[in-house]
Design a protein around this ligand. Structure first.
Ligand SMILES: [Cu+2]
Length: 460
């Protein structure tokens, strides 16, 4: 490939129409259509499924060519925003991380073109799909790697249904760490016994985007800065909205480096499926927290009840952003005598954390404590009653009696019926006479942490 052509390929993915031009130039005997892909029309006639809604994301358009559903993925570098104030150079597909959700129906014959606009080779593995060995996308094992500038085509028939994923099987440590992944949803051929009214898709990931840097660090194995649903952190993650009484399914995939116990408030959801498809109903089980292991997919379903219900990973650091990790423990440390002293050594130092870390959000929100550039405070949500001290893998299920079917717009905060909100009855710490066991004092003096042991709060 000559330099000019390579240069052109490098930028081909940046415009929405460029991949289609590329498609024409790469036409083979197998690719028969030259027209652009379009947003799929609703399934005709006896509509077999409710289309999936990928929070903060989108579904890849396709076109029909002689009975084959054709898709086109472009692997490319992109600029991604995790939340306002934090952007990074990532890799993804067709302009986004995660890449667009691929959605099809059991029995479909599908053809997927993959154009590589990355600076190194790649491949795409269709995670969990039953297909011919040579279509499995493991570079070097099942196919040659897709070199920069090349387009490969995958073609197979979907012989299953369920919640699946796609990702590279080439230089995985780097390519997945910087965002290359997407969901692949296959609906059953015939209508489901318990049809869902809303069908959400979430892909969990973690990022080592060190504060002040602009590229996720692929070398990190355990200690990540950002925890995301569809590559967004709360409060930038869209809410899951529903109308009271609707059956809602949430499909959760995990291509991060940690297992995530996904917890939902307000209901006992049923765990109803995985990449093994929707399970027979006798295998469904009620839970309020379900671990979605690395490489796994889980479907949960519930009947929506009115309210604003937290929906989050229960690993408490996974609902925090970068500035919550690896700070010295100042809990219980009286820093009043040493703050000025430390400030002489560390300009801008602020004593914090003696009574817990909740004050951190007040400091960052008010702007009088500035964090490092291009990262996010550990907690940054706002709720109707004050700071909602969460970041990371957290969002809200918003169910309303008057949410119109098919309306996904954010309905604002829940209007609690009168008398149904916890409220203050006293400001006296000696209020009432609660039963206690043991004295309410702190630990023995000799176990109190000593301020001299601490270098001060690290922000980042
Ligand atoms: Cu988690």
């Amino acid at each position: 490939m000559n330099a000019t052509r390579r240069h052109w390929f490098r930028f081909a993915g940046l415009g929405a129409l460029a991949p289609m031009a590329l498609w024409r130039s790469q036409a083979t005997a197998q690719s028969t259509s030259a027209g652009p892909t379009a947003v799929p029309s609703a399934p005709a006639g006896n509509r077999p499924y409710t289309p999936v809604r990928t929070l903060n994301g989108w579904t890849l358009p396709h076109r029909m060519v002689n009975g084959v559903k054709e898709f086109h993925l472009v692997a490319e570098e992109i600029e991604h925003e995790f939340a306002p104030g934090c952007r990074a150079k990532c890799w993804g597909y067709n302009g986004t991380t995660p890449g667009p959700t691929i959605e099809a129906v059991e029995g479909d014959r599908i053809r997927i073109f993959v154009t590589n606009c990355l600076p190194e080779h790649t491949s795409v593995h269709w995670h969990g799909l039953l297909l011919p060995s040579g279509m499995d996308g493991v570079g070097g094992l099942s196919q040659p790697h897709i070199q920069p500038g090349e387009t490969y085509v995958y073609e197979f028939t979907l012989r299953q249904h369920g919640t699946h994923m796609y990702h590279p099987h080439a230089d995985e440590m780097v390519q997945m760490a910087v965002g290359m992944m997407g969901m692949f949803i296959i609906h059953p051929k015939s209508a489901e016994a318990h049809p869902v009214d809303r069908d959400y898709a979430l892909l969990l990931h973690n990022w080592a985007l060190h504060p002040g840097t602009y590229r996720p660090d692929p070398s990190v194995m355990v200690d990540f800065d950002l925890w995301t649903m569809n590559s967004k952190v709360f409060p930038a993650i869209e809410p899951l909205v529903a109308r009271s009484g609707e059956r809602v399914r949430v499909r959760i995939g995990n291509l991060s480096m940690w297992n995530h116990p996904i917890h939902m408030h307000g209901v006992q959801y049923q765990v109803t499926g995985s990449d093994g498809g929707r399970w027979p109903q006798r295998l469904w089980r009620p839970e309020t927290t379900e671990i979605v292991g690395v490489g796994q997919a889980r479907d949960i379903e519930f009947i929506a009840v009115p309210g604003d219900w937290a929906f989050h990973c229960h690993m408490s650091h996974h609902t925090m952003n970068a500035m919550g990790h690896e700070v010295p423990n100042t809990l219980g440390v009286d820093q009043s005598g040493v703050e000025a002293e430390i400030r002489r050594l560390l300009p801008g130092y602020m004593a914090m954390g003696e009574g817990g870390m909740a004050e951190h959000q007040e400091h960052t929100d008010s702007g009088h404590m500035r964090g490092p550039p291009n990262t996010l405070p550990m907690m940054m949500g706002k709720g109707p009653f004050g700071n909602l001290e969460m970041g990371g893998m957290f969002t809200v299920v918003k169910t309303r009696d008057d949410q119109a079917p098919g309306d996904y717009s954010d309905s604002g905060w829940f209007a609690n019926p009168p008398g149904t909100v916890a409220h203050r009855v006293s400001s006296d710490p000696n209020f009432g006479s609660p039963t206690r066991r043991g004295p309410p004092a702190g630990p023995p003096a000799e176990l109190e942490a000593k301020p001299a042991d601490h270098a001060g709060m690290k922000h980042g």
